[in-house]
Design a protein around this ligand. Structure first.
Ligand SMILES: NC(=O)c1ccc[n+]([C@@H]2O[C@H](COP(=O)([O-])OP(=O)(O)OC[C@H]3O[C@@H](n4cnc5c(N)ncnc54)[C@H](OP(=O)(O)O)[C@@H]3O)[C@@H](O)[C@H]2O)c1
Length: 292
């Protein structure tokens, strides 16, 4: 199969490209310069030239706070270009998987969100991702939309690496404890994507690791598990703080746990608990000289 992975330098895209390559597929992984989502016409033209069987769209404008002011770029990258790619793919009979986010929900529900729950994004990033989902499904009804959350990986920038760097330097840590979600390893999401593609699935699915925690709980686990795999962590405690003590330009959902009930019957193995996956990722990070 010929697979185009966009956003292949990112946390998720790098895992997806590696997984599909390892499975023997022909993988195109252009850089953001070669396939620029700020240039929808050119991006669509490139996809039309390549005509891959599948486009796995992991490219996104992911800076949640900056999106509040860089609105045009966020909508171009997260809605307009995915829509153009879906139209292009529909034109030659290909398939597309669009990755989306828990931030399309407002977090006020208090129990895990299922795929059919009413979205109500709180910020520009969530709005642009929601409109991207809708535009893709309208252009290509057999597309897959995969929503995930709190992503981290060995490659790219993320909360795990930030906490670890600070803890290795012995810096004090203050982390919000009133936002709940599910930390999710990009490697596990890539596996779920491969399963959905192989199953010829269509429609919207949620995938995260199992369980839930707060950012504070996540930070504490990062320090514990990092020490357990051999990192010389100097910071001992993480101070819990309320969101109100750490104001950000974009409002985040207070509770954005996603239900994985719909995807579970399709998967070939149980979904790993978030803490087990964190440990596995940290083990890999420990062995990688230039990943941190
Ligand atoms: N990170 C999270 O916590 C999280 C949570 C829920 C859902 N998601 C979703 O998961 C998906 C993958 O996220 P991620 O965490 O892997 O993101 P990431 O690490 O920030 O990677 C984003 C990717 O998009 C590319 N990109 C940015 N601007 C581009 C442009 N103008 N043209 C082409 N490519 C461009 C980046 O390329 P460069 O490196 O060249 O800029 C990078 O490869 C996204 O759809 C995101 O919305 C993420």
């Amino acid at each position: 199969m010929r697979v185009l992975v966009t956003g292949a330098t990112g946390q998720l895209g790098s895992e997806v490209a590696e997984l599909f390559r390892g499975a023997g597929h022909v993988v195109f992984a252009p850089s953001s310069k070669e396939l620029d989502f700020l240039k929808p016409d050119q991006a669509a033209g490139m996809v039309d030239q390549l005509r891959p069987d599948w486009v796995i769209n992991c490219a996104a404008y992911t800076q949640v706070d900056n999106a509040e002011t860089e609105t045009a770029a966020a909508f171009c990258i997260n809605r307009e270009t995915p829509e153009r790619l879906a139209q292009t793919v529909a034109g030659y009979g290909g398939r597309l998987l669009q990755v989306s986010t828990d931030f399309i929900f407002d977090g006020g529900q208090g129990w895990p969100y299922v795929e059919t729950d009413q979205p109500n994004p709180l910020g520009v990033y969530g709005c642009s991702k929601l409109e991207g989902e809708q535009a893709v499904l309208q252009a290509l009804p057999e597309a897959i939309v995969l929503r995930t959350a709190w992503v981290y990986g060995v490659r790219g920038h993320n909360f795990v690496k930030t906490m670890l760097r600070l803890a290795l330097a012995g810096k004090p840590l203050r982390v919000v404890d009133d936002q709940t979600g599910t930390p999710t390893w990009a490697r596990d999401i890539a596996s779920a994507i491969a399963v959905l593609v192989a199953a010829d699935a269509r429609g919207t699915f949620h995938y995260t690791n199992a369980g839930e925690t707060s950012w504070h709980g996540f930070a504490c686990a990062i320090l514990d598990e990092a020490a357990a795999v051999g990192f010389k962590v100097k910071t001992e405690d993480v101070t819990p703080i309320p969101t109100s003590a750490y104001p950000t330009p974009a409002t985040r959902p207070a509770y954005s746990v996603l239900s994985t009930e719909k995807i579970r019957p399709l998967l070939t193995a149980p979904i790993p608990n978030w803490r087990d996956s964190l440990k596995n990722m940290l083990q890999e990070l420990y062995k990688c000289a230039d990943c941190l």
